[in-house]
Design a protein. Structure first.
Length: 183
């Protein structure tokens, strides 16, 4: 028991290095054990989570990124910044399915979604030709015209520039419904 108590005084950098190596060597159990230990001993695990996520990105272990994000929220750590990082990183990598996955997870967790995240999600949904996702992203931010109008405009621009007329029509129909209340 004394040996365990001494571990809680270990510098957190050791844990960050440990999870980085564990991610690189594909040892998820070790990663989870480190995070659980840090949570049990009330250690600040944010640096370790950041290291694990960045390492998972660098080693193209994208499902692991989502597992780590999920573990953060399970352990009560605010993951909003890391979800934002995931949306932006997946967008830069043109991994559009993952962009939408991260964006939807943010929305489900109630994390705020800045315009730049919304536009990246719109770009991904447009590239994947997912009409329902485009409409949900445009309409999902509190429904205020000051917020949804620029998103609708961006979505229309994206759909038009990629010659997706059916998507343009869906967006226009959504705008019509939201402004007139027509079904």
């Amino acid at each position: 028991m004394k040996r365990n108590a001494g571990l809680s005084k270990t510098p957190t950098a050791v844990f960050s290095r440990a999870v980085g190596v564990a991610v690189l060597t594909n040892q998820p159990k070790l990663v989870w054990d480190v995070f659980d230990f840090m949570a049990r001993t009330d250690m600040d695990a944010s640096a370790a989570y950041v290291t694990a996520i960045r390492t998972a990105f660098k080693s193209t272990q994208y499902d692991f990124v989502f597992d780590i994000l999920r573990k953060m929220t399970e352990n009560g750590v605010d993951a909003s910044e890391e979800y934002s990082h995931a949306v932006m990183s997946f967008s830069k990598l043109e991994c559009y399915d993952q962009v939408l996955r991260a964006f939807k997870a943010m929305r489900e967790l109630g994390y705020g979604q800045e315009k730049v995240l919304c536009t990246n999600a719109l770009r991904a949904a447009t590239k994947l030709d997912r009409h329902d996702d485009v409409i949900a992203i445009c309409n999902g931010l509190n429904g205020k015209p000051s917020v949804t109008t620029p998103l609708h405009s961006h979505a229309l621009e994206q759909a038009h520039s990629t010659n997706k007329q059916a998507l343009v029509d869906s967006i226009l129909e959504s705008i019509k419904k939201s402004t007139t209340g027509a079904e």
